[in-house]
Design a protein around this ligand. Structure first.
Ligand SMILES: Cc1ncc(COP(=O)(O)O)c(C=O)c1O
Length: 357
């Protein structure tokens, strides 16, 4: 799906006759406090590198990522964002039937469609407060050879504790599990939940740098996987698919721990607090129900007569984008997702929503 994601500031800017930078984008889940200190200066200083080809296999970036997470380079596949990896996985794994834990990010289904792979969902719902239905997923695992799980999940913001997820993967050794941890860096104590180093032969982990470091335009993502799966993925690897500036960024983000770790910790701290405050503000509005979560975005339901399309359009006219969740399988035109920004912007949005509803 080329359209239908959040973050389409370009289209809205064209519609409103303004610049993309005039729009407050609360539809795209990037860290409002990023990029980390020093990164933009590093990129500016390295602009000249775009005049030569980057490393054909992104070798330095792979080695940096591997060293940061205690992996061997042959357990890592680099990608032009995790998007490239997601869309390659069904082909590389020769998936025949997939299972997707939802409601979730649509690209897993799109990747299956791209390769003519039939898929089904195991959906959670509002009465469960969108708690992932891992029991039903476990029962269904025998019907698929590949399972996609986003943890924590977009757009529900719910987390399956890492040890529970590892147990599930161990119980189904002949099923491959693709775990998308793109939003795990936002979770307080998230390191306890990662399966990056789980060392399970049927588990592979997607890791996006777009979100926590707020560099979605650089297009950087990795897959951490057993060597045998990495070999299969590499058959689809395109030369130079990680650009020169992205290389510089990965090495900085992975190796300058003394700068990056405090940045991530502080982002989590502020976003944790903001999530609680924003949830309380939204709950105080008429006709809005907020679901519990642990990330930098909030899933909410419009409980009155309002529908997401109209609410999003009214906010868009005021140059604010939030995500209409109507096109997520398992959700409807009653659901919206709000990505947290600075406290002032969050407060402003809550007030505007209260007025609108
Ligand atoms: C859950 C999830 N995974 C992966 C991606 C793709 O991110 P990227 O290709 O920038 O790594 C997104 C983007 O919104 C996402 O929400």
């Amino acid at each position: 799906m080329i359209t239908g994601h959040g973050g389409n500031v370009h289209q809205l800017a064209r519609d409103l006759g303004c610049l993309p930078s005039d729009i407050i984008d609360m539809s795209s889940n990037v860290n409002p406090f990023g990029p980390p200190p020093g990164l933009m200066a590093l990129l500016r200083a390295n602009l000249h590198t775009v005049t030569a080809l980057p490393e054909v296999d992104a070798g330095s970036a792979v080695r940096s990522f591997a060293a940061r997470y205690g992996l061997r380079p042959d357990q890592v596949v680099p990608g032009n964002g995790t998007t490239q990896l997601i869309h390659t996985l069904p082909a590389a794994l020769e998936t025949r039937r997939a299972l997707i834990l939802g409601p979730t990010y649509s690209d897993y289904a799109d990747a299956c469609r791209m390769h003519d792979v039939p898929f089904t969902y195991v959906l959670s719902d509002a009465p469960r407060r969108f708690a992932p239905d891992t029991a039903r997923l476990s029962d269904a695992c025998g019907r698929a050879d590949t399972v996609f799980i986003c943890n924590p999940n977009n757009p529900t913001a719910r987390l399956i504790p890492g040890p529970d997820l590892a147990d599930l993967c161990r119980r189904h050794p002949s099923t491959r599990f693709v775990i998308d941890e793109s939003y795990l860096p936002f979770v307080t104590g998230g390191d306890a939940h990662t399966l990056v180093c789980a060392d399970l032969p049927n588990v592979m982990v997607l890791h996006s740098m777009s979100k926590i470091f707020r560099v979605p335009g650089l297009r950087i993502g990795f897959l951490a996987a057993p060597e045998a799966i990495v070999r299969k993925m590499k058959r689809y690897f395109l030369p130079w698919s990680v650009n020169s500036l992205a290389h510089q960024a990965v090495v900085y983000l992975m190796e300058r721990r003394e700068v990056i770790d405090p940045f991530v910790a502080e982002s989590r701290r502020v976003l944790d607090q903001e999530r609680k405050e924003m949830a309380a503000r939204l709950e105080a509005s008429p006709d809005i129900e907020v679901f519990p979560g642990c990330t930098s975005f909030i899933l909410a339901r419009l409980t009155g007569a309002h529908i997401a399309g109209a609410v999003c359009a009214a906010l868009a006219r005021e140059r604010i984008l939030i995500r209409n969740c109507g096109n997520f399988a398992g959700l409807s035109e009653k659901f919206i997702r709000i990505s947290l920004k600075t406290p002032e912007i969050n407060r402003m949005l809550a007030e505007k929503l209260a007025r609108l509803l």
